[in-house]
Design a protein around this ligand. Structure first.
Ligand code: GLN
Length: 466
């Protein structure tokens, strides 16, 4: 049998067609590899042995095995969000993206590890232990979709779904050497994604190449009557024109993404990628996104504010973990269940958000952050008058060591310096591998106009194939 670890979606469909192996055989192989390798990697939190072998649906993805971040609901299966508070929570319905993939015939192998409620950049905030980076087991896979990125990188799934609120798809894609796409806000339904910060969250893909990202986006994108933030209108076929040359395309390079904090070797790698795009005929233009330096601070106000509201529902009464049986008044149910159910980072952000939203502080923090958000978005609007896409690094460094940044949350937040502005502006972006430093992958980030996933996919595909 072919090396199943390297299989792309396209290869898989072709192999089924040519009867090289059946979907059943492939699924068994994947389950075998997961059994063998997951103990060390901890990419999967749960594996659907029976379900995976029994599902069968005819469609374009018929029989293609994938992994799903454990904050996206799959009916009748446990969905933990990486939190003890939801350790035994069983999903009551399929998220819209799951429904669509199921109808297309995809097979779900299991649910992948994440930072608790997607809060983090390393997957070390999971209540179920960290995931390790398949390229170096002493390092983090990035986060928060670290389980999904590691599963794809280690060849334990053909592709995976993740969620991205401030970089959680692109960042682990960069650290694990896979392709991570965060679509435009409103392109993909969030129904059935456990909310962290609703105005920033977006479901996207982790794949082995750019073409596969286009294939998955074709299936999951589109209007959903259950998510009023999804946009109306026809979804294009994202594989259409993906091969078209990038000759004459205008690529902006923002000076703010190459300043202090960017590792020299990563910078070198990105500069090489820029030259390569230039050789492919693109016009490279220096640009500025002047409010970039405020994006991280604004994100780390807005995100906790929204999270504090969204996470209020986990109160020891409606869902999951509860201390109700141990105490004898309502306040102690709340305090005990939330205090012992949530991990440290979730509690930190709930407190930060609640503080920033409280009377007297709202104007100073939340309103200010929202004003900055508008300025950040305007920066992108201005830049996209001059250029078609914007490129830069996804992360300031390659994968760091497990434990390296856990003692200092601010240090961890700084990792998100190049990814959060994209969520604040709501534009799409993709991270693609562009080289290695001491065997550790480097990610190139390509940012596009609202709803212009097609162009970033085209640039990524051209880069990858040359
Ligand atoms: N690392 C960022 C954070 O901790 C982004 C998380 C995400 O995109 N879900 O908030």
């Amino acid at each position: 049998m072919t090396d199943i670890k390297k299989l792309t979606i396209k290869d898989t469909i072709k192999a089924f067609k040519e009867k090289e192996f059946s979907s059943e055989e492939l699924r068994r192989e994947f389950l075998k590899s997961i059994k063998k390798e997951n103990k060390e990697l901890n990419a999967y939190l749960s594996v659907f042995e029976k379900e995976a072998l029994n599902e069968k649906n005819d469609g374009v993805f018929s029989g293609v095995p994938c992994a799903v971040k454990d904050n996206i609901l799959i009916e009748d299966t446990i969905c933990t969000a990486g939190s003890k508070i939801l350790g035994n929570y069983v999903s009551t319905y399929d998220a819209t993206v799951i429904k669509k993939l199921r109808e297309a015939g995809a097979v779900f192998l299991g649910k992948t590890n994440l930072d608790e409620f997607a809060m983090g950049s390393s997957t070390e905030n999971s209540a179920f232990g960290p995931t390790k980076n398949p390229h170096d087991l002493t390092r983090v896979p990035g986060g928060s979709s670290g389980g999904s990125a590691a599963a794809v990188a280690a060849g334990l799934a053909v592709f995976a779904l993740g969620s991205d609120t401030g970089g959680s798809i692109r960042f682990p894609a960069s650290f694990c050497g896979v392709v991570g796409l965060k679509p435009t806000y409103g392109r993909v339904s969030r129904r059935g994604l456990m909310a962290m910060a609703s105005s920033l969250d977006q479901i996207g893909t982790l794949t082995k190449n750019v073409y596969d990202a286009a294939l998955v986006l074709n299936i999951i994108a589109g209007r959903d009557e259950f998510d009023s933030t999804t946009v109306m209108g026809k979804v294009p076929d994202y594989t259409d024109g993906i091969d078209k040359s990038i000759k004459g395309l205008k690529i902006g390079v923002p000076k703010e993404y190459f300043g202090e904090g960017l590792d020299d070797e990563v910078k070198n790698s990105i500069n090489k990628a820029i030259s390569k795009l230039q050789n492919l005929g693109a016009e490279i233009i220096d640009i500025s996104l002047p409010h970039s330096e405020y994006a991280l601070a604004a994100y780390y106000i807005i995100m906790p504010c929204e999270a504090s509201a969204n996470l209020a529902r986990y109160d020891g009464i409606k869902y999951g973990f509860s201390e109700a049986g141990k105490v004898n008044n309502l306040l102690d149910v709340y305090l005990g269940s939330r205090g012992n159910g949530f991990g440290e980072e979730a509690r930190r952000r709930i407190m930060l958000g609640t503080y920033a939203l409280s009377a007297g502080y709202y104007d100073a923090y939340y309103r200010k952050a929202q004003q900055i958000r508008t300025l950040v978005k305007n920066d992108f609007d201005e830049a996209f008058k001059k250029v078609d896409v914007i490129i830069g690094p996804t992360a300031p460094t390659v994968a760091f060591k497990l434990g390296e940044k856990t003692a200092d949350p601010l240090e961890m937040y700084l990792s998100d310096i190049y990814t959060v502005a994209i969520n604040l502006a709501g534009v799409p972006a993709i991270s693609i591998p562009c080289g290695f430093i001491n065997k550790l992958p480097v990610g190139l980030q390509i940012i596009g106009r609202h709803f212009d996933e097609a162009t970033i996919l085209r640039v990524g595909h051209n880069f990858e194939n040359n």
